[in-house]
Design a protein around this ligand. Structure first.
Ligand code: NAD
Ligand code: UFG
Length: 339
């Protein structure tokens, strides 16, 4: 297994994973429609690895475009990152989320099987657990009532892949349920570059620290948590990237269909994250308490022991490291990938 096709490979998690793949000796083919990424990422990947990736600006809903890619490249496995990812936006734009995430995945799978590529690693999310029945969350934890259309799309995509693998055991599918990816490449050359106002906590905090936004809005301090603010399991994007390499080994071992949580196992509140970030950047982060955000749960953190047991994977970076790396990226690239 040498040639890996990465959908959404110029995005935040995808770009870090492409670097990890190239460093590990894989060949990377990237498909991305640039809806939430920048071509400059290709230069950064080249600078970091000394290697070139084949890039196709193609939408995964575009069957003819995908046919063209698969005709030109014989891929052994697809790592499928492409998708829309804002929980809150999905509440206002459900059609766009179902079309892009579910529709796009259906087209991608169909083209893959047409070309005999039946190996996939899929970017799922802790969001599929909804309000978790237990903490920490194991993979056996039932998928709760999904809080937003985004989570629903992830759950549907998982189900589609499970059913397809069941019907055709030639498929190998690894479903990776990420918790909250943050941080950036240690070089400061790759990082998270959201378009417009960030939805996620860490990019919002980094933009406050750099002076682009005046203060952080903390969404709710009346949750049933020790300080009242929401608790999440933040995981370094480099650890996540490494998880995909481990998943590739599982695919190579003909694993059938497997699901793994990728998290650290420790949850931090919003206020704790503010304090860690202040330590990392040496500045005060002003904040105001606002009402709860639609679609949020109080607390969400992983039991990552299955990934340790079967993938031999474990997160290496602590929360301060994650904040320092996020800050290095923001400080070096105040306007993200834009010059
Ligand atoms: P991202 O937006 O940075 O990357 C997604 C990439 O996919 C972007 O480069 C975008 O241009 C591309 N894309 C989107 N729709 C496409 C389409 N129809 N065709 C081709 N390309 C398309 O997001 P990310 O944070 O890197 O997330 C990657 C995946 O991981 C997503 O599926 C997301 O839902 C999932 N995930 C992310 C998080 C998170 O907090 N970042 C958590 C859990 C799961
Ligand atoms: N938060 C704020 N202010 C902000 C942004 C976030 O207080 O400006 C709070 C949220 O209320 C929540 C915590 O910070 O308590 C984390 O919020 P994020 O938006 O960073 O992350 P979410 O947990 O809502 O969602 C993220 C990804 C999803 C993914 C999920 C998996 O955006 O794609 O993690 O757990 F599915």
């Amino acid at each position: 297994m040498k040639k890996i096709l990465i959908t959404g490979g110029l995005g935040y998690i995808g770009s870090h994973t492409v670097v990890a793949l190239l460093d590990a000796g894989y060949q990377a083919i990237v498909v991305d429609n640039l809806s939430n990424s920048d071509k400059e990422v290709l230069n950064r990947i080249k600078e970091l690895t000394g290697k070139q990736v084949s890039f196709y600006q193609v939408d995964i809903r575009d069957r003819a475009g995908l046919n063209h890619v698969f005709r030109k490249e014989t891929c052994d496995c697809v790592i499928h990152f492409a998708g829309l990812k804002s929980l809150e936006e999905s509440i206002y734009k459900p059609w766009e989320y179902y079309d892009n995430n579910v529709g796009g995945t259906l087209t991608l799978i169909d083209v893959m099987r047409e070309y005999g590529c039946k190996n996939m690693i899929f970017s799922s999310s802790a969001a599929v657990y909804g309000t978790p029945e237990q903490l920490p969350i194991t993979e056996e934890c039932p998928k709760g009532e999904r809080m937003n259309p985004y989570a629903q799309t992830k759950s549907m995509q998982e189900q589609i892949l499970m059913d397809i693998q069941k019907a055709d055991p030639d498929w190998n599918v690894v479903l990776l349920r990420y918790f909250n990816p943050i941080g950036a490449h240690k070089s400061g050359l790759l990082g998270e570059d959201p378009q417009g106002i960030p939805n996620n906590l860490l990019p919002y905090i980094t933009q406050v620290a750099i002076g682009k936004l005046p203060y952080l809005k903390i969404f709710g301090n009346d949750y049933d948590t020790p300080d009242g603010t929401g608790i999440r399991d933040y995981i370094h994007v480099l650890d996540l990237a490494n998880g995909h390499l481990k998943a590739l080994s599982r695919i190579q071992a003909n694993c059938g269909c497997e699901v793994f949580n990728l998290g650290t196992g420790t949850g931090y509140s919003v206020l704790e994250m503010v304090h860690y970030f202040e330590q990392a950047c040496g500045k005060k982060i002003p904040y105001q308490i606002e009402p709860r955000r639609l679609g949020d749960v109080a607390a969400c953190f992983a039991d990552p022991s299955k990934a340790k047991r079967l993938l031999g994977w474990e997160a290496q970076n602590g929360v301060l490291e994650m904040c320092k790396d996020a800050w290095r990226w923001q400080n070096k690239n105040p306007n993200g990938y834009k010059k």
